[in-house]
Design a protein around this ligand. Structure first.
Ligand SMILES: Nc1nc2c(c(=O)[nH]1)N[C@H]1C(S)=C(S)[C@@H](COP(=O)(O)OP(=O)(O)OC[C@H]3O[C@@H](n4cnc5c(=O)[nH]c(N)nc54)[C@H](O)[C@@H]3O)O[C@H]1N2
Ligand SMILES: Nc1nc2c(c(=O)[nH]1)N[C@H]1C(S)=C(S)[C@@H](COP(=O)(O)OP(=O)(O)OC[C@H]3O[C@@H](n4cnc5c(=O)[nH]c(N)nc54)[C@H](O)[C@@H]3O)O[C@H]1N2
Ligand SMILES: [Mo]
Length: 765
């Protein structure tokens, strides 16, 4: 557990022929290998569409298509020729469909017609667009106040769709914008806003080519950001140190065979990725980075004592940061004992990591859900920033903070106004431009929206994509919350469980996907735009024939609902649907950074939204980069678990064959799991201690004491290289165990990576 060098024992690397084989399978399995393959050639290309997979940036140079196994899955899943037409719904009641798996539901293929829920027959029945819009408008207008409606956004929505959506909701009168981001990188946004004055990363793709050390914390890029793995590997080959913090030995971070590299593929070779692999306990990263800071301060003291120059970037600290003294004090006050106990790493190991940090002139730190889905995630992200500040690793080429985003446009959606706590500047700009009174009350995030639906104060739920019922904690409660609504509306490409808990009035509205051609009434094709993790905004235009001629674009659907709800006096919704350039003009008028939008977005790589922090211009209250001086959490879940025998900390992560709640297949190749998802990974010694054997089935039972019984039944135990006392399994199945009542301090993000549980023999065994 504490060997800092990647284990060379694993013979098979991530990527490679396994990835190519899997791609062929997914293209064929979609039953649309031709359009799928054609679509792949256009993914992330200047004249194609933005891959609906992850939010990793696109290279500036070279136009050869970047191969990505999971990009292929995302594209072929959408470009399938399977359909879920009205006659499918005629055959199956909604109650029956609730018994299907996520995999089986989406496996039916693309939705084709607008559908209305008919309670009498318990079925979705076909309807027309005008009828749907009129009924939705009537239901929204029947609510006694606009704050009774929730407008959920999933991060695949384009800038144009998201902008129109927030315009509609604010014109209607609410800031209730629960967003998938609340369950994802919220802690990063909050922490970075306070630390550097912008809730985004400061790194460009080019910086990865210049860094001497890259710290990869709480992230599994082999599965979730495969194109990032290519960049990491190239860096490793140049001699860049790649320092991984992950409790689980993820194969993609150990060795990677790059499918773009022909020689490597023919030789069956692969290259190591991580130079140092640390396996902290779940939630132990803040302590680990506190330890690095401690070692760095010690090295600085030693240098100064010896009359040598400081090892810190004193110029940066003096001119660009605030709060160093308080931070130093809190680091000094943190004991190595506490650091070792919380992180699960030894002081010696942490000191090695600190040496790598000290030995590098340029450091990047990336992170994702392993950092953001804990109680103390905001403080942890602040600590990552603290450590980078010490040697001036922000706002210099080859350095920076890099939260690696999830959904392909989750960052852009926020930029264009999906925010339950909007700035006064945005609301003022909307009022000036459109002449309606924008709501000033803060709205609901995901946890707030669920609470409001459960206590009856919210009565309508509109979902712009996503799968709210399965992505959120306490699955049964959320289903109850949705079903208690007067109105539920889902704009979607495929059928999922959120659609199967309809409100009294319920609509399922099928939309075009990103791979499909979007033509206006005059036959002109339209493009949309998205923003990646590196703040690059670029255009995306589909190339495939739409899955059904009944489909509308998300923009047309939002405009239709809006016109029927708030009328078209202040916003000419129909005209915006006709030409998305007009929406971009409005974005340019109301959101900073988009000057010349329509011109700049048509340049091959789009344009970069100006990021002042990357220029060392920190728009914080102090005007400087702020150190935080948080103490370590009193106890982490791991420490709490270790005091009660039989208690474990469970994290919920993604398999290699899924995209969030979309399940592409039942394998998790890199972790050696095939044909099933109901598995739970555990340390072999923990299995021995509870007298369980590999393959035994167990029920996982939640320990959280809030009166709710939480059980995930019949999961197969799989031994794995991970810290003792921890467990891991797949989301969304395990969301039944994540409590709605535990969430991040300051972020409200469910604690999906640290759930206290115990195991018991299954009832039937
Ligand atoms: N193919 C594919 N691509 C995707 C997605 C997908 O589902 N499939 N989802 C997209 C989305 S929305 C997102 S947000 C990203 C998610 O990307 P990731 O954040 O990589 O997603 P997870 O699978 O949740 O993996 C979390 C990783 O963090 C580790 N981890 C868990 N807890 C801790 C901890 O306390 N400390 C540390 N250091 N590590 C920890 C886990 O072992 C795991 O390796 O990917 C995006 N891309
Ligand atoms: N336990 C646990 N829970 C988690 C997480 C975790 O790690 N553990 N991760 C969290 C994270 S990081 C995230 S981002 C959320 C994700 O939460 P969501 O974004 O709500 O969920 P997805 O699974 O991405 O949504 C899938 C659905 O989106 C629809 N869809 C696909 N493409 C399109 C499109 O182009 N347009 C429209 N309108 N609809 C489309 C399809 O109908 C599909 O069924 O889940 C969170 N939940
Ligand atoms: Mo996410």
């Amino acid at each position: 557990m504490d060997h800092p060098v990647a284990s060379p024992k694993r013979s098979s690397a991530a990527g490679g022929w396994g990835a190519l084989k899997s791609c062929g399978k997914h293209l064929l399995g979609s039953r649309a290998p031709l359009s799928g393959a054609r679509a792949m050639l256009k993914a992330n290309q200047p004249d194609g569409f933005d891959c609906p997979g992850c939010a990793w940036g696109d290279p500036a140079h070279g136009s050869s298509f970047e191969f990505c196994e999971n990009g292929v899955k995302a594209v072929s899943w959408e470009a399938t020729d399977k359909r879920t037409p009205p006659k499918f719904f005629a055959k199956h009641t909604v109650s029956e469909l609730r018994g299907w798996t996520d995999y089986a539901l989406e496996g039916e293929g693309r939705l084709t017609h607008p559908m209305r829920y008919d309670a009498t027959s318990d079925r979705y029945v076909p309807t027309t667009w005008p009828e749907a819009f009129a009924a939705i408008g009537a239901a929204l207008n029947a609510l006694d106040q606009p704050d009774r409606a929730e407008f959920y956004t999933s991060g695949r929505a384009s800038n144009e769709a998201a902008y129109l959506y927030q315009l509609f909701a604010r014109h209607y009168g609410t800031n209730n914008f629960p967003d998938c981001s609340n369950m994802c990188h919220e802690a990063s946004g909050i922490a970075l806003q306070a630390a550097i004055g912008i809730g985004k990363g400061t790194v460009l793709l080019e910086d990865f080519e210049k860094a001497d050390a890259i710290f990869v914390v709480g992230q599994n890029p082999g599965t979730n950001h495969p194109r990032m793995l290519g960049d990491l590997r190239k860096a490793a080959q140049r001699g860049t140190r790649v320092v991984v913090f992950n409790p689980v030995r993820e194969r993609g971070l150990e060795r990677f065979a790059d499918p773009q590299n022909t020689v490597e593929m023919l030789r069956g070779a692969s290259a190591p990725v991580a130079s140092h692999y640390y396996q902290p306990r779940l939630g132990g990263d803040m302590a680990a980075f506190r330890g690095i800071a401690k070692a760095v301060f010690a090295a600085d003291d030693a240098a100064l004592d010896a009359g040598k120059p400081s090892v810190l970037d004193r110029a940066f600290l003096t001119h660009h940061t605030a709060g160093l003294d308080a931070y130093r004090a809190v680091v000094d006050a943190t004991t190595w004992e506490a650091i070792e106990d919380q992180s699960g790493l030894s002081r010696a190991d942490i000191e090695v990591a600190a040496q790598v940090y000290l030995g590098a002139d340029k450091v990047i730190c990336t992170w994702a859900m392993g950092v953001t889905q804990h109680r103390h995630s905001v403080a942890t992200v602040r600590e990552l920033a603290n450590v980078l500040f010490l040697r001036g690793h922000v706002g210099r080429p080859g350095t920076g903070l890099c939260p690696v985003r999830g959904h392909s446009n989750v960052q852009g959606d926020r930029t264009v106004g999906i925010n339950e706590k909007p700035s006064a500047a945005l609301l003022d700009a909307l009022e000036t431009t459109f002449g309606f009174t924008a709501p000033r009350r803060h709205g609901h995030n995901v946890i707030g929206a669920i609470g409001a639906m459960l206590d009856g104060s919210s009565k309508a739920f509109i979902g712009l994509g996503g799968n709210f019922a399965r992505a959120t904690p306490d699955t049964a409660l959320v289903a109850k919350a949705l079903a208690s609504c007067e109105l539920t509306v889902h704009i979607a490409t495929k059928l999922n469980h959120s659609h199967l808990v309809p409100g009294r009035v319920a609509y399922l509205l099928p939309c075009l996907g990103r791979t499909e051609i979007d033509r206006n009434a005059r036959g002109k094709t339209q493009i949309v735009t998205v923003e990646d993790s590196m703040s690059m905004v670029h255009g995306s235009g589909g190339i495939n024939k739409p899955a059904s001629k009944e489909l509308l674009s998300e923009i047309a659907i939002i405009a239709g609902m809006a016109a029927a709800t708030v009328g078209s006096e202040r916003v000419d919704w129909a005209s915006l649907t006709e030409d998305y350039d007009r929406i971009r003009d409005l974005i340019e008028r109301t959101i900073p950074g988009f000057a010349g939008y329509n011109v700049r977005v048509r340049r091959p790589r789009g344009f970069m939204l100006r990021n002042l922090a990357a220029e060392r211009n920190f728009e914080t209250e102090t005007g400087l980069a702020n150190f935080s001086a948080d103490v370590l959490p009193e106890t982490t879940e791991h420490q709490r678990a270790s005091t009660t025998p039989g208690t474990f900390v469970l994290q919920t992560f993604r398999s290699h064959d899924q995209y969030n709640t979309t399940i592409y297949g039942l394998d998790d190749r890199y972790r050696g799991v095939y044909g099933e998802r109901r598995v739970v990974f555990a340390h072999p010694d923990d299995l021995a201690e509870i007298r369980a054997r590999m393959g035994d089935r167990v029920d996982i039972v939640g320990n959280h004491d809030d009166g709710v019984t939480r059980v995930a039944e019949s999961f197969r135990l799989v031994p794995f290289d991970m810290p003792r006392g921890s467990l891991a399994g797949y989301y969304p199945e395990l969301n039944v165990l994540v409590p709605l009542s535990t969430f991040g301090e300051g972020s409200d993000t469910p604690t999906s990576k640290s759930v206290l549980v115990h195991l018991r023999a299954p009832a039937a065994a």
